[in-house]
Design a protein around this ligand. Sequence first.
Ligand SMILES: Nc1ncnc2c1ncn2[C@@H]1O[C@H](COP(=O)(O)OP(=O)(O)OP(=O)(O)O)[C@@H](O)[C@H]1O
Ligand SMILES: [Mg+2]
Length: 385
Amino acid sequence: MSSYVQESFAGIRVIKSYGREEQIRAGFAKESEGYKSESLSLVKVQALFYPFMLLMIGLSTIITVYMGGIEVMEGKITAGNIAEFIIYVNQLTFPVMSLGWVTSLIQRAAASQKRINNFLSIKPDIYSESQAIIKNISGDISFKNVSFTYPDTGIQAIKNISFELKAGEVLAIIGKTGSGKSTLANLLLRMYDIDKGEILIDGTPIHQLNLENYRSQIGFVPQEVFLFSDTIARNIAFSLDEMDMPKVEQAAKDAAVYHNIMEFDQQFETFIGERGITLSGGQKQRVSIARAIINSPQILIFDDSLSAVDTKTEETILNNLGKIMRHKTSVIIAHRVSTIKNADKIIVLDDGEIAEIGNHEHLLTKKGLYFDLYEKQLLEEEQIS
Ligand SMILES: Nc1ncnc2c1ncn2[C@@H]1O[C@H](COP(=O)(O)OP(=O)(O)OP(=O)(O)O)[C@@H](O)[C@H]1O
Ligand SMILES: [Mg+2]
């Protein structure tokens, strides 16, 4: 019931915009009905059980008095014996009842503890090896015949991919939706371990690197922006150990979101999320970019992170990135050719495979997938203007 309510409130805007309030209300009534009938059956058992217990206790006293009465009349015991016996038995009733109660409590706790232990004993699939290497990476990336299948769905999202990227270069990835771009980004972050092939970072296999140390040197802007219900400053400074306002402001400037923030009444101290204001899609995306670049990472990954900003802002951000990411490695995933045309290397992904690879000019002369995409987007732009 509570998960139903939680989901309904989280998705309240979707529910209202589709006018599904009645159905959701009916769903909640059904959930409540289920909870009610479950509770009622428990209460029914209890309603029978407790009076029955009291009845048994009462009956035992009556039997004792009756049998004892007979014995007294036969002169075998005195009336005092019976009174004594009943008082002792009554004094015993509560401890015995408690014993039963405590036993049932212990059993319930044991069952819960077992489930908690099962959960706690699960080992994460991705972990640092004991002799994992801690080092400052420079950002050379090399994929060698990498294949990856999602274990839970069996979908092979990456098929036999190879490429090399030197520190300081910009790699762009473009391709149809579902072609495996985000999967590639996740593999680079080692969110999953690959099935076949090798990913080398500065020549070291990725699984031999200390996970925490490696990830701390990467800036990642995920496709689905997530910001915490906190101030803008603390969201941007998320990866810093200590708040450093000049750094936060610089990151906001580089992500071209500084002016938006300064327009809010409380500026960087503005609360966002459930307890504060709601940022626009493009503002969220740029706060997320600021969070990724604040620590000047060695490798920066943008997963479709410029999709919600206009082309002019996009250009500003890319220009700034050019300065921040000099001598460092950037991986930019995009749908628009305009975002990536200046990249050193462009990979066109198709169904998990590399369909084309090369720079903008090279790919245009090939007149393949990239060329088609470019023509189409150029045409669309002309139609708009
Ligand atoms: N967590 C997951 N578990 C199982 N399968 C997944 C998971 N994430 C993605 N997939 C599958 O892997 C394939 C590639 O997905 P991916 O998210 O990499 O595509 P994409 O190129 O990033 O698409 P888009 O441009 O829409 O973001 C898809 O078929 C998708 O269904
Ligand atoms: Mg994606």
